[in-house]
Write a protein that binds this ligand. Sequence first.
Ligand code: FES
Length: 92
Amino acid sequence: MTIVVCRCEDVTEEDIVEAIEEGYDELEKLKRHLRLGMGPCQGKTCMLIARRILGRETGKSVDDMDTPTARPPSQPVPFSLLASPEECEEDE
Ligand code: FES
């Protein structure tokens, strides 16, 4: 059974476990390698689950893990642009 951990970036539990076995043994490394937590929700749900998987696979304490740096979009955009893609197409 495939368990999708990050729905935004389509990252499965199996992807995370394989990455940890390859040496990506910190949340920041997993984030950069798999794009985990870099989707539209910015990891609001998947990072908690990934943290637990990482703890289970490495034996690290979940409380001792660093939190990856949040990097919001570099330029603010109006919500109306995000809410109505049709408007965006009309502007082009
Ligand atoms: S579920 Fe992972 S970034 Fe949204």
